[in-house]
Each structure stands twice: as structure tokens, then as C-alpha cells.
Design a protein around this ligand. Structure first.
Ligand code: RIB
Length: 299
């Protein structure tokens, strides 16, 4: 069976619950502050591993967080390629408002200390047909995409968080591009979902283009075929990691042999459950919880 490798971030998420996001020059009190394990790399690896086996994470932690390697292993993700480096573990300062929306400030720390040698070493354990999953929270992405494609790996990319540097990446090499409205607008120049989808599908004709639209569901263009799936109707408590859950369950379900439409539906249900819970990696549902939702809602 082919393998799925995430090379990505681990963050310690400090989550502040607030009524409204703080404004410039303002100081506010939070209702509570909680600490969670997060980072888009870790969250996506956990969501993938809930949907399919053979999931690996290559990531960095600071020395004081070396124990995370076994924690991650115990969550079902192969953490052989999680390393301790001299920089501190990445951190995310997250405000969650009364509507469950978030805004995030990152400190990359260890996530920005990847080297070419490290990429080559990790990739040497993978084979043509395996899939590399990437986000925009580590350094060296352009080189990494080139190395993986030269080795015959498929590459799935979630350009999150969006920065203008993404426009300089070799995106035509990407097999699966998963974006939300913000990333879609950054890549296409339009905020209209239909324009985003058609622009990206025309620009990258051999890629799967998946556009997530929060409460408006998902639109996808795969091999010239358009697929639309509606969102779950849920009350959002915290949207953190919803996109990560979606990506993990989508790619994981495809790896399990689901059709694109069935994989999208599974991913929408999983991410819909995630937004009803606080936190990042801890809010990702198990496959049993996703199946139970399907059974009780006749999906
Ligand atoms: O996608 C959610 C994640 O974004 C959080 O866990 C935080 O660490 C940031 O990377």
C-alpha cells in the first residue's frame, strides 16, 4: 500500500477565548486560555491517520518538547522523522471569538529549520506513487516540491497560511491543490468562488483543484469534472483545524479507494464535527465518530 508523508509544522497553540478580536492599540481580557498541540502539519497528519493507515510526519520540535515524538506516535502517526532541533518549537497565538472564528499569529521557530539534506534523507524512504502533503508553515517548499516530483511522488499542497511567496512556487507540479477562499483569492486575484475554480483549473489543468467555502461547502474540479458538496449545518465553537481535518479526511478517503465525491462528503462531515469542538489537533474526530454521524444523519 502506498504511503502518505506530511513534511510540515508542529506548533504549540495558545488559544485565548475572547468576545471580539483585539484592535490596534487595545488591550483586552480573555475568558480563558488553553494550550493545545497544533500546527497545520501535525493536524493534517492526524486527520489523515484517522482516515487511512501508513501516514508519516516529518517535522521539528525544540529540545524541551522532545516528548512530542512519542505523543504523536501514540496518536497513530508514524513519527520516525520527527526530529529535535536547537530552535524552539513553533508557536501559534490564537484568538477565538464568540462566533468561533479565529485569528492567528505564528512564530515559526523549529518549523523554519529544514535543510536540503534533511529533505533528501526523509524522501529517500519513500517511493514513486507515495504522496507528499505540504502546507505553508515550513521553509524550503520550492526545493522540496522539486525533489519530491523528481522522485515520482505525488504532491498535495494546501497553501496556508497564504503569503505572496506562494506565487513563486512551482505550482504547476502540484497534483492536488486544496485552497479556501482566502488562498483562492490570493492565487487567482478574484473573490468569486466560480472564478477562483475556473482560473485555477485552467492554469493547472492536470491538478485536482479543491475549493473549501466554509459554511457554503466545497467546489472541486477534478479531471474536467465539477463536484459540489454542501456544508454541514452546525453551530461553530472554534473553526481552528477545520481545514486541516478536511484535507486529511479527503486525501485519506481517496487513499482508501473512495470516489472524489464520497471523499469530499466524508471530509465535509469530519471538518463539520471539528468546528463544534475547541482546539486544534484535539478537535479532529475519529473515523468512528464520522461514521456515527453518517449513521445518525442518514448521509
Ligand atoms: O490550521 C490550524 C493551525 O494553524 C493551528 O493549529 C495553528 O498552529 C496554526 O498553524
Amino acid at each position: 500500500m502506498s504511503k502518505l508523508l506530511v513534511i510540515g509544522s508542529i506548533n504549540l497553540d495558545l488559544v485565548f477565548s475572547v468576545d471580539q478580536f483585539v484592535s490596534a492599540g487595545e488591550t483586552i481580557h480573555s475568558h480563558k486560555m488553553e494550550t493545545f498541540m497544533g500546527g497545520k502539519g501535525l493536524n493534517q497528519a492526524i486527520a489523515l491517520s484517522r482516515a487511512t493507515p501508513n501516514v508519516f510526519l516529518a517535522a521539528n520540535t525544540g529540545q524541551s518538547d522532545a516528548a512530542l515524538k512519542s505523543t504523536i506516535h501514540n496518536l497513530g502517526v508514524d513519527s520516525t522523522y520527527v526530529q529535535t532541533v536547537t530552535e524552539p518549537t513553533g508557536m501559534a497565538f490564537i484568538q477565538v471569538n464568540a462566533q468561533g472564528q479565529n485569528c492567528i499569529v505564528l512564530n515559526s521557530g523549529a518549523n523554519a529549520s529544514f535543510t536540503t539534506e534533511r529533505f533528501v534523507e526523509v524522501l529517500s524512504h519513500f517511493e514513486p506513487g507515495d504522496t507528499l502533503v505540504l502546507q505553508n508553515e515550513i521553509n524550503g517548499l520550492a526545493e522540496l516540491i522539486g525533489l519530491a516530483k523528481a522522485q515520482g511522488l505525488k504532491v498535495a499542497f494546501n497553501p496556508s497560511p497564504f503569503t505572496s511567496a506562494i506565487l513563486d512556487l512551482p505550482l504547476s507540479l502540484i497534483d492536488t491543490l486544496i485552497v479556501n477562499e482566502v488562498e483562492g483569492e490570493g492565487l487567482s486575484g478574484s473573490s468569486d468562488p466560480e472564478v477562483i475554480l475556473s482560473t485555477l483549473a485552467t492554469r493547472y489543468p492536470s491538478s485536482q483543484i479543491i475549493l473549501t467555502l466554509g459554511e457554503h461547502g466545497v467546489k472541486a474540479m477534478v479531471k474536467g469534472q465539477r463536484v459540489v458538496v454542501e456544508a454541514l449545518k452546525v453551530k461553530a465553537v472554534d473553526t481552528t483545524a477545520a481545514g486541516d481535518t478536511f484535507l486529511g479526511y479527503y486525501l485519506g478517503s481517496l487513499a482508501e479507494g473512495f470516489s472524489v465525491e464520497a471523499a469530499l462528503k466524508t471530509a465535509v462531515i469530519a471538518s463539520g464535527i471539528t468546528v463544534t469542538r475547541p482546539g486544534a489537533s484535539s478537535s479532529i474526530p475519529t473515523l468512528a465518530e464520522v461514521r456515527a454521524y453518517c449513521d445518525t444523519h442518514s448521509v
